[in-house]
Design a protein around this ligand. Structure first.
Ligand code: FAD
Ligand code: DLZ
Length: 506
């Protein structure tokens, strides 16, 4: 009897488990652009356009490969994935759906509740299954990415010299913290011209999502596997050699530096993680890129990316609602593009608005750091990140935001909060040179807000963090400051937050 095969917008891979389980000569693939997925957060228009264009092209590839595909465009009006499945089940008489496990609990439970039974197969496009991750995590007092990562190196053989790490060390992160360079030799990610299919999608998104935060055009993402591969090759050839050195740097006039800008392709299924890692390792073996760059790049993919997946599925659906620090402030309008005098924030938000992209240090040490220091409700922060980045799906976004960035999970992802004052941003970027605030000042209304907010954060959460050995030095510094200065700093933080809460431009 005919079965349906569900392919979601971030499952655009011919090697998908649901496709492998199906019979091309009998079964029907269902793909649908639906309002429920397009609006559960106000996605960036570029993210929606990227996915719809890539979905349409993947459907065409499946048809060319002999599959019977029922594809619904947004204008055909199915509100949800399940309603599309029900319609095709009605037409074909199918009584069962084959699916690959979605990357969000929300969709998993919608499929579990579907009136047509859905069999969800593991998503084995990842390196580490949930079972393997849980077995690794079981019985450990603290989970640390570094130890997980070493196991993934051994498992894949990537950058291994027998049973030892290439070059004698597992991790070259220490070499990857150079401040912003004066000149960037890489011209940025490969740009793709919109073809007819992408053009139609751009018109649709322009008409239907005009009010969403984010600039739709110019649109230059790849929207198929060949394009994603070309984008990877371009990165490996042009940027990888310097990727490590400047991984943490930020520049006002350069949004991409030496980053790969491939996360949206990997996460949507257009680019297998293994291809990216193999290409990077080959560049190292050929003498084209140094070890610190290649190890850093591979660590992000088989280390952090897989670790985040494992944490998301291990922690369960309530993870997004964790808030151990009890932060309740509303996300300020500056995250949606309202004016701010903070150059680092306006630069990161402008990149986000225009590109549906910001690189890791902008996400972590600028927008994430500010939200944490300002005590913003982590759920609101989570929804913002899920909406505005082209690579954002809950399985990867939530552990990065709730865990790594907001410490709302109490230390499952990171052993200490990623917080800093303006000095860090000044060291790693050129933003402070042209900022209206003064990075060297801590109190007073012209002082960099990150400074006062940083000390106020430490002061507020003293009980939780003072005993953390990695934070003790910060508390010693705070305790050495004289009381009058401390009081001025705390007042500066309060005044700033009050102004922000009143909706005034900060
Ligand atoms: P590169 O710096 O070139 O890194 C190479 C690849 O490594 C990336 O393409 C990505 O696949 C992987 N990678 C790097 N860091 C991480 C990480 N921490 N977690 C998972 N994968 C990683 N990444 C997402 O893919 N989706 C998200 O929704 C997302 N949200 C984030 C939110 C916050 C607050 C933070 C701090 C990080 C987030 N990241 C997210 C991780 C990281 O910022 C992005 O993967 C990276 O910026 C993508 O740009 P790139 O492709 O140029 O990455
Ligand atoms: C993100 C997204 C968007 C914007 N639209 C669709 C869609 O219309 N149809 C679809 O199948 N998938 C879409 N997606 C991706 C899903 O939201 C994603 O598959 C789930 O969140 C699970 O990761």
């Amino acid at each position: 009897m005919v079965k349906l095969v569900l392919v979601l917008g971030d499952q655009l891979s011919p090697e998908l488990s649901a496709l492998r389980e199906a019979d091309k000569t009998r079964d029907v693939v269902v793909m649908a652009e639906v309002m429920e997925e397009a609006s559960y957060v106000p996605h960036h228009p570029k993210k929606i356009a990227f996915l719809f264009a890539a979905m349409r092209k993947f459907a065409a590839e499946l048809r060319a490969d002999g599959w019977d595909v029922r594809y619904f465009t947004l204008d055909e009006g199915h509100t949800s994935i399940v309603s599309a499945l029900l319609a095709v089940a009605g037409d074909t008489g199918a009584a069962e759906v084959l699916a690959t496990e979605p990357g969000e609990w929300r969709v998993i439970s919608a499929l579990e509740d579907s009136p047509v039974p859905v069999h969800q197969f593991p998503d084995d496009r990842f390196l580490c299954s949930h079972t393997e991750f849980d077995a690794w995590a079981e019985g450990r007092k603290q989970l640390r990415m570094e130890y997980f990562y070493r196991d993934m190196r051994r498992k894949t053989g990537l950058l291994m010299d027998g049973d030892q790490p290439e070059g004698g060390k597992w991790n070259y992160d220490h070499d990857n913290r150079k401040p912003a360079p004066d000149e960037v030799t890489h011209e940025g990610p490969l740009q793709f011209q919109a073809d007819e299919t992408t053009g139609e999608v751009l018109d649709l998104v322009e008409a239907r999502f005009a009010d969403n935060f984010g600039t739709l055009r110019p649109f230059s993402f790849a929207t198929d596997r060949a394009g994603a591969r070309a984008a990877l090759t371009h990165f490996i050839d042009q940027a990888l050699p310097k990727y490590g050195d400047f991984q943490d740097a930020m520049l006002t006039d350069n949004r991409f530096l030496y980053h790969s800008v491939i996360s949206m392709y990997i996460n949507a299924g257009l680019l297998p993680w293994r291809e990216a890692c193999d290409a990077a390792e080959a560049a190292y073996r050929a003498g084209h890129a140094p070890l610190n760059a290649v190890e850093g790049f591979i660590r992000q993919i088989i280390g952090w990316r897989e670790y985040m997946l494992g944490i998301y599925f291990r922690e369960g659906p309530d993870y997004m609602h964790r808030n151990v620090l009890g932060h309740t402030r509303k996300l300020p309008a500056l995250y949606w593009g309202a004016d701010t005098r903070m150059k680092c924030m306006s630069t990161a938000v402008a990149a986000t608005r225009d590109e549906a992209y910001a690189h890791h240090i902008q996400r972590l040490m600028v927008t994430g750091n500010f939200a944490l220091l300002a005590g913003i409700d982590p759920f609101e922060v989570h929804e913002w990140y899920l909406a505005v980045y082209a690579d954002a799906y809950e399985w990867v976004e939530a552990p990065n935001v709730i865990g790594m960035s907001q410490f709302a999970d109490g230390g499952i992802v990171g052993s200490k909060p990623y917080v800093s004052g303006g000095n860090y941003i000044n060291k790693m970027s050129d933003h402070c040179k042209t900022c209206a605030y003064k990075v060297k000042e801590k109190a007073g209304d012209d002082a960099c807000p990150f400074n006062a907010l940083y000390w106020a954060f430490l002061n507020r959460h003293r009980e939780r963090f003072a005993k953390n050995p990695r934070m003790a030095q910060m508390y010693r510094t705070w305790d050495r400051m004289d009381d009058t200065h401390c009081a001025e700093v705390l007042e500066r933080a309060d005044r700033f937050l009050a102004k922000m809460e009143q909706g005034e431009s900060v």
